[in-house]
Design a protein around this ligand. Sequence first.
Ligand code: PMV
Length: 328
Amino acid sequence: MKATAIANANIALIKYWGKRDKDLILPYNSSISMTCDGLWSKTTVEFGNYDEDTIIINDEELKKDEKDVLGHLHRIKKMAGITKNTKVVSESNFPVAAGLASSASGLAALTLAATSAAGLKLNEKELSMLSRQGSGSASRSIHGGFVEWLKGAEDDGSDSYAKQLADKKYWPDFRMIACIVSEAKKATSSRAGMAQTVSTSPYYDGWLKSIDKDLQHMRKGIHNKDFTLVGSTAEHNALKMHATMMTTKPAIIYWALATIEIMHAVMYWREQGLESYFTMDAGPQVKILCLEKDVSKITKNLSELGGVKKTIICKPGDGAQLTKEHLF
Ligand code: PMV
């Protein structure tokens, strides 16, 4: 009753922001992402004769108020009819809870490891739907490459899951450079941030009205490997999401000074003929989209900016997988 899974984080090119159902985690809009090799979470789950449930994430025991992970584990135990206590150990190779999609990789790895330790045999669609209930973006990390999470229309969530648009080999020179500008835990979780946006931002309706066009452009851009269309659509979509965040009451501004410095730099490089685009999630890190041929020039330019602490270069990666290398 022990299993270990590895899942990569994914970065949304068209963002998910806002839930129509908070319990089942059903989104108001569909979203599209790239699963990133090199940004992974590895999780081992064992059901056994433990005195209590223990969850250790990056060497720290989970605090009792961090209910998402515990709640998800109980959901899976209930599905499988397991009453034994659980030990979970998880590690990620990048900062947790700082807007680098750690919940996506963490919850996808937990879902695959826990269902497998419990002896449940779920297909990818079922795994995606179950991961979604732990963290919306985790539904996309089940698959590799380029992925779309369909918002669905049913109240029970049975048609809200992620499917692969193209596998990791489809566009091998597509790159995402994650620029770490802060390793601090963010002040407003995406869960709280999106709820506040839906209820107080006057721009949220505009976000929803314009999303179908963005999704169409992104699907077309990926299909045609049209980097300009993919990059420009992703950048525009990220700015629209941040506009809804900034106009909530109270305002949520996830950007740091270095975030803005990088955004300006990317726009300037573009004017000079170095084509790249930025996208940011619920945190200050900037992810730069570019092609492989421009990576060394861009990383050199980034090293000359004061605020960039670290860069991680990602290409399209694999979906969640089981491994025999347990963490305990
Ligand atoms: O599923 P969560 O709670 O990690 O929310 C993800 C929200 C964004 O990262 C901002 C957008 C997205 O689609 O990943």
